[in-house]
Ligand binder design. Structure first.
Ligand SMILES: *Cc1c(COP(=O)(O)O)cnc(C)c1O
Length: 375
């Protein structure tokens, strides 16, 4: 079976994790601090706050903004469900907006269509690594007086307007789950440029303590900590951060490899009618975290039939991005019309793309698609 994704983990990561274990410091400590600094620098932010996942990063971002019950937060339904769930964690109401067909992303127009006086914030997603229009959405949010949180779970290595996605974000949330480009097993980060807010976020991830356990340990004097607010345990471990530091060094190579293989897919698929592969938007570059293909009616087979045939011929593809409003967890929400979201989630699939994918694999996958195409 050709897998849809494989994390690139080597001896270096195993060594780094082993060193963290041998050091005796396995909880949040010096390696987490170093990973925060280095990751933030790579994505063009001055502050990084490592946490246990992107889901908890999104939760803390909304807590830090003071989003509360009665507030509305506009989110794409077309996203991993954690984006919408984070809004409910703070007791606010997710409001689903539609997306652009080419990028799968929110636009100022789709947000404006569902915005109300209760809209406190928007969570925009860089869908499958495809950057949203950062300049356009940040300006629109500022004009409306609405906060913009950037769900960059999939976007490490993507760029917009010549800068890393996340550069200049009020708050960007990242994921290090193995389905993303770089991984720490589980893990996430908030990046931002506001040093005071970073202090608050660090407190929120560690039980509301005014001094971290690591700093207390370093001090030669007894330190009596105080708990300033009711908070969470969303810490990353030093074992995870040790792995993340090695992974970070692999990021440029991983992105280059994925972009080369995506370009090859695009040229192999070019003459098959009714298959539209994802591409770079005009203002940026995707890291191709997900290489998705939209199936048009002219193709002749449904998405589910394509998935079944690919599986029969040894290819593990995936349905395209989910739509939260179609899931039982959101059955109590009645959104406005989301025609593009429903089309993408019904008619798209994600093809295998990873460092071990060979040209023969790609030829085989495209060969199966070619057989299925209407003659
Ligand atoms: C993967 C993903 C998340 C959740 O990330 P975790 O680190 O697994 O919590 C959130 N949003 C999007 C868009 C994702 O793709």
């Amino acid at each position: 079976m050709i897998p849809v994704m494989i994390p690139q983990l080597g001896e270096e990561e195993a060594q780094a994790a082993a060193e963290a274990v041998r050091s005796g410091w396995v909880a949040q400590g010096p390696r987490v601090a170093q990973f925060e600094q280095e990751f933030a620098a790579v994505v063009g932010a001055s502050q990084g706050v490592a946490v246990s996942s992107c889901t908890t990063a999104l939760h803390l971002a909304l807590v830090a903004l003071g989003v509360k019950p009665g507030d509305e937060v506009v989110v794409p339904s077309l996203s991993f469900i954690a984006t919408a769930n984070a809004v409910r964690y703070v007791g606010a109401t997710p409001v689903f907006a539609d997306v652009d067909l080419a990028t799968g992303n929110l636009t100022a127009e789709t947000i404006d269509a569902v915005r109300t006086p209760r809209t406190r914030a928007v969570i925009a997603v860089h869908q499958g690594g495809v950057p949203f229009d950062t300049a356009g959405l940040r300006k629109a949010a500022a004009d409306w007086g609405v906060e913009l949180v950037e769900d960059a779970a999939c976007a490490a290595g993507s760029t917009a307007y010549g800068q890393p996605a996340g550069t200049g974000a009020t708050l960007a949330a990242w994921s290090f789950h193995p389905r993303k480009l770089i991984t720490t097993g589980e893990g996430g980060m908030v990046t931002l440029d506001d040093a005071d807010r970073a202090v608050r976020l660090k407190r929120l991830r560690e039980h509301g303590m005014n001094v971290s356990a690591a700093d207390r340990h370093k001090s030669s004097q007894p330190v009596i900590e105080a708990y300033l607010e009711t908070a969470y345990n969303y810490r990353m471990t030093d074992i995870q951060a040790a792995v993340g530091l090695v992974q970070l060094g692999r990021l440029p190579g991983l992105v280059a490899d994925r972009r080369a293989k995506a370009a090859r897919y695009q040229s192999l698929l070019a003459d098959i009618d009714g298959l539209v592969p994802v591409r770079d938007p005009s203002y940026g570059q995707t890291n191709y975290q997900s290489f998705w293909v939209l199936i048009e009616p002219s193709f002749g087979s449904s998405r589910d039939d394509v998935l079944t045939e690919l599986a029969r011929q040894g290819v593990s593809a995936r349905r395209g991005i989910m739509a939260a409003h179609l899931e039982p967890a959101y059955a109590d929400v009645t959104p406005g019309p989301l025609p593009v979201t429903e089309r993408i989630t019904r008619d798209s699939l994600i093809l295998p793309l990873h460092h071990k994918l060979t040209e023969d694999d790609q030829n085989h996958i495209v060969g199966v698609l070619r057989e299925l195409a209407r003659p």
